[in-house]
Design a protein around this ligand. Structure first.
Ligand code: SAH
Length: 248
């Protein structure tokens, strides 16, 4: 049996960047998640980020920095939010968020069925119960009545262009719900292009927060959208169209 390396703790880094620290239970759960993802990664390509330091920074820290304002807000814990992670891949940002917010329910969505099947096995073996699994494309899920305008929070990391992400996310949100688009670099051109299409989707640009990753000083931006009006039924467009022909 292979031994899994220990993840770093970096309590000071959590504290100085996100004003929050994982408990020892969180640390244990993160370590279990790391082990389970590495094991599953032998069969299904879930992630290329596998060293302990990289996993800590690029998966755990990065997943949680997107919800940083909620980490230290006791009201965010109860009652539970309904969250969807669109294009979760190996479970990011959804799984670290599920571990830290056990009262929330997180729907893990991905177009690749094999990835979702692997995540089901991982969650089952670790006893992560506040998750559900959607092995489908956002363009399909968002037209199903149980999912349309059903979520308080949508998370999307590395899923495509920002305008495609907006088209995936806004139909899934309740009025007043928010989407966090996890981006790297962010430009005024991108921001203008996004602002131009949001009214058609019933969204508005709430804020853009920037962060620097604590170990390698990478650039991160979180683009926060709020749903302010109902999204017209024609969105999202047919599968593949939002990414091939983004709204302009
Ligand atoms: N969010 C993860 C994975 C990013 S890779 C992370 O940051 O580590 C992008 C993932 O999005 C892939 O697994 C791909 O299958 C999925 N994806 C891309 N377009 C999608 C769509 N329209 N609906 C659902 N999943 C999608």
């Amino acid at each position: 049996m292979e031994t899994i390396d220990l993840l770093p703790t970096h309590g000071d880094r959590w504290q100085s960047t996100l004003h929050w620290q994982p408990s020892s239970l969180h640390q244990q759960r993160f370590q279990q998640l790391y082990g389970a993802i590495l094991a599953a990664n032998q069969q299904v390509n879930l992630t290329r980020i596998t060293t302990p330091e990289d996993f800590w920074e690029k998966h755990l820290w990065d997943s949680l920095q997107g919800v940083a304002p909620l980490l230290s807000d006791p009201e965010a814990r109860e009652p539970g939010l309904k969250v969807v992670d669109v294009g979760t891949g190996g479970g990011f940002p959804g799984l670290p968020v599920a571990l830290v917010f056990p009262h929330w329910t997180i729907a893990l969505m991905d177009a690749t069925r094999k990835k979702i099947a692997a995540l089901e096995i991982i969650c089952d073996s670790l006893g992560i119960a506040n998750v559900s699994f959607l092995p489908q494309r956002a363009e399909q899920v968002a037209h199903q009545p149980v999912h349309r305008e059903a979520y308080d929070l949508a998370l999307l990391r590395a899923v495509g262009s920002v305008n495609a992400c907006a088209e995936y996310a806004l139909p899934l949100l309740k009025l007043g719900g928010q989407a966090v688009l996890y981006r790297g670099q962010w430009s005024t051109e991108e921001e203008a292009g996004l602002a131009a299409i949001l009214p058609r989707l019933g969204g508005k640009l709430q804020s853009v927060r920037s962060q620097t990753t604590p170990l390698t000083q990478g650039v991160r931006h979180n683009v926060i959208l709020t749903k302010v009006e109902r999204t017209p039924d024609k969105f999202p467009r047919l599968p593949g169209i939002p990414s091939k022909t983004p709204l302009i």
